[in-house]
Design a protein around this ligand. Structure first.
Ligand SMILES: [Zn+2]
Length: 506
């Protein structure tokens, strides 16, 4: 006598959840279990867990020849997540549970030896795909709220293998998990983000932050330690437009497959990631034997803040150029290739010199001109070129800080940013930062006089030819913030001041 059962699950490849079918075939012969399609080490562990979980749940472990095939064979398959599907397959093939409706479900979860379910990573993308093919998802209860972030998916949460067996048998139906409206945070949620009104003074920097947010630009802040560069950067997420649902899903999906996992409370909040300059290349851009997203992908649709930019490994900084242009990163390993989205806004900060006090009224700086230029040369021209806005964040006199009483809230600034961004989307269907050179020529028209002004500025300040396009894009954003259809002279001159670091004579 032989019998066959087929169970559906999904493997994790990059941010994709690709379909895997688990075929369990029982035949007469010497009792023996073999699993095809899993790496050898994973097979042994999974086999032991499934056997114990079945026996400890008072099921029989079939004394037959059991062949389990996880197809397709060429997908990378990390252990644990297929335990539940394998156990269900064995139970169905040995007729210990009813198997008629198995094709309506997708199963995921790691088994403990006693039959309880342990949470796994990447449940969100799996739930999304299952919904698209109209299947219910059976997940460990600890993963239920994550899975239910996907609209329209039916999530069956289970704590123990016996829960789902009762459900399939019709003796103990599981109520689909529904995230309560008050638990699923609003997409416009900014409660957890620090407010811009906390920052005293630095009006020039706040203005630059607003322009950066409005046009989706990148920003570099130059200034001595303790002037509030980090404080400013961490408030950026709170002035960006709210995420739309597809953005929230994409950001949550990356968190879902990353080491830290996805926290439901962060739903709809633009991420703010600030890796330390000692972070490894893999931590920053992603990688590993089963490639995982790095900080630049965890910052997808949000902010990547790199403090003390010249202290980062130069090779790692160079890798940033690709995602800054394309919005994604491709990670190649011998065995496989993974692509992760990485559409972040870069906010970077650096000291003006190695000691940090160049240009400070206190005259504390003792760096030689060579030391200063070597320090700045750590940021390559091509990287600098991808940062549209450069500003100084100087030390301010105490009186100026004390007298700064009327400070705008993030909510107020955000309203202007949203308006400016809407104009951009109506015009070109993208934020100004993503305009190509042809689009810039089309949408960023200058009067003859202003064109002459820009030519002169580029020549006198010693800016690169590419700076021409950068300046026009930022000028377009400044005009959008002013609600102006055309770029005025004042918009252009403000934009020129934001190329500070590119000048030959800093
Ligand atoms: Zn110095």
């Amino acid at each position: 006598m032989s019998s066959l059962a087929i169970v559906h699950s999904r493997a994790q490849v990059g941010i994709q959840a690709l379909p895997v079918t688990i075929e369990v075939h029982l035949t007469n012969g010497l009792p023996r279990l073999s699993i095809v399609g899993l790496p050898e080490a994973a097979v042994k562990e999974s086999q032991d867990r499934v056997r114990s979980a079945l026996l400890n749940s008072q099921f029989e472990f079939p004394l037959q020849r059991i062949t389990i095939n996880l197809a397709p064979a060429d997908l990378p398959k990390e252990g644990g997540r297929f335990d539940l599907a394998i156990a269900i397959g064995i139970l169905a093939a040995s007729r210990q549970i009813v198997a008629d409706e198995l094709s309506q479900y997708e199963f995921i979860g790691e088994l403990a030896l006693n039959g309880e379910l342990r949470p796994v990573r990447g449940v969100l993308p799996m739930a999304m795909e299952a919904r698209n093919v109209n299947r219910q998802v059976v997940v460990p209860s600890d993963n239920a709220s994550e899975a239910s972030m996907v609209n329209g998916v039916s999530v069956l949460p289970i704590k123990h293998l016996l829960d789902i067996c009762g459900h399939l048998h019709g003796s103990g139906l599981i109520t689909p998990f529904v995230v309560k409206e008050e638990v699923k945070p609003d997409l416009a949620n900014t409660i957890h983000i620090a407010d811009l009104s906390d920052v005293r003074g630095q009006h020039h920097a706040k203005r630059a932050l607003e322009v950066t947010a409005a046009g989706g630009h990148n920003l570099l802040m130059l200034g001595p330690p303790g002037t509030g560069k980090t404080m400013l950067a961490s408030r950026m997420a709170g002035i960006l437009p709210p995420m739309i649902e597809s953005e929230a899903l994409a950001t949550a999906t990356i968190a879902s497959i990353a080491i830290g996992g996805f926290d439901v409370e962060t739903w709809g909040i633009r991420p703010f990631r600030s890796p330390h300059h000692t972070a490894s290349g893999v931590a920053l851009v992603g990688g590993g034997s089963h490639p995982r997203p790095g900080e630049i992908s965890l910052a997808h649709n949000g902010i990547l803040f790199l403090d003390e930019l010249p202290e980062f490994d130069k090779r790692v900084l160079e890798v940033l150029r690709e995602p800054l242009e394309s919005g994604h990163i491709v990670i190649s390993r011998a065995a496989q290739q993974a692509e992760f989205p990485a559409n972040f806004q870069l906010v970077a900060a650096m000291n003006p010199c190695p000691c940090g006090y160049l240009g400070d009224p206190s005259n504390r700086c003792s760096c030689s001109p060579q030391q200063v230029s070597r320090y700045r040369a750590k940021i390559s021209g091509p990287l600098l070129d991808r940062i549209d806005i450069h500003i100084e964040v100087p030390n301010l006199p105490r009186t100026e800080l004390r007298n700064d009483q009327e400070r705008e809230s993030s909510a107020k600034v955000r309203k202007r940013v949203i308006k400016a961004r809407e104009l951009q989307l109506q015009r070109a269907d993208k934020p100004n930062n993503l305009l190509g050179n042809r689009e810039i020529e089309k949408y960023c028209h200058l009067t003859d006089a202003d064109e002459h002004l820009l030519d002169t500025a580029i020549e006198q300040l010693g800016l690169s030819a590419r700076a021409w396009y950068r300046i026009l894009k930022v000028a377009r954003t400044i005009a959008d913030l002013a609600g102006s259809e055309t770029i005025q002279t004042s918009h252009l001159t403000e934009s020129i001041t934001y190329r500070r670091l590119e000048r030959k004579n800093i």
